[in-house]
Design a protein around this ligand. Structure first.
Ligand code: SF4
Length: 155
């Protein structure tokens, strides 16, 4: 999958556009998710997300996706799981100090972000990973958070 994920980073703009089309569809389906029950939808959604994002991004299903802020390079593929930029061990050829055969995911992230419309989001400091969310669907999580925010705004 390594070659695929590097290809994705090189085409980060296209994946950014795709996600921008996909997210509103997910949000529009909120009434359906609610009717079916989020708990019931979680398992099939998680299975689809794992398969699709595993293939494209080597997704580790952290449950809090930040791909749109990291140039479409998944930071959970960093052996140190760093979510806010590289460690001090990046090799002079841009490769990882722990896995020398792999390009540093943050070197990739920076390159990917340069192609994206919202590339400046890479400057935003990410919260620490909440490992309680590991293995859950970040797609459903986005819908839950966004609809909750919308409902709070209306009240
Ligand atoms: S940031 Fe998390 S959810 Fe997004 S691709 Fe990486 S492991 Fe998967």
């Amino acid at each position: 999958m390594y070659k695929v994920r590097r290809w994705v980073v090189r085409h980060s703009r296209m994946f950014e556009t795709l996600y921008r089309s996909f997210e509103p569809i997910l949000l529009k389906l909120h009434p359906l998710w609610r009717r079916l029950g989020y708990a019931r939808v979680e398992a099939p959604m998680r299975a689809v997300e794992k398969r699709v994002k595993g293939l494209l991004f080597d997704c580790q299903m952290c449950g809090q996706c930040v791909l749109s802020s990291t140039g479409m390079s998944c930071p959970m593929n960093c052996p140190k799981n760093l979510r806010n930029g590289p460690c001090g061990g990046v090799r002079s050829n841009g490769h990882c100090e722990v896995k020398p055969e792999m390009k540093c995911v943050w070197v990739e992230a920076w390159a990917g972000s340069r192609n994206m419309q919202a590339g400046e989001r890479i400057q935003v400091v990410q919260q620490p990973v909440d490992f309680r969310l590991r293995g859950t669907s970040s797609w459903l999580s986005v819908v839950r958070q966004q609809t909750q925010r919308n409902e709070e705004r209306v009240q």
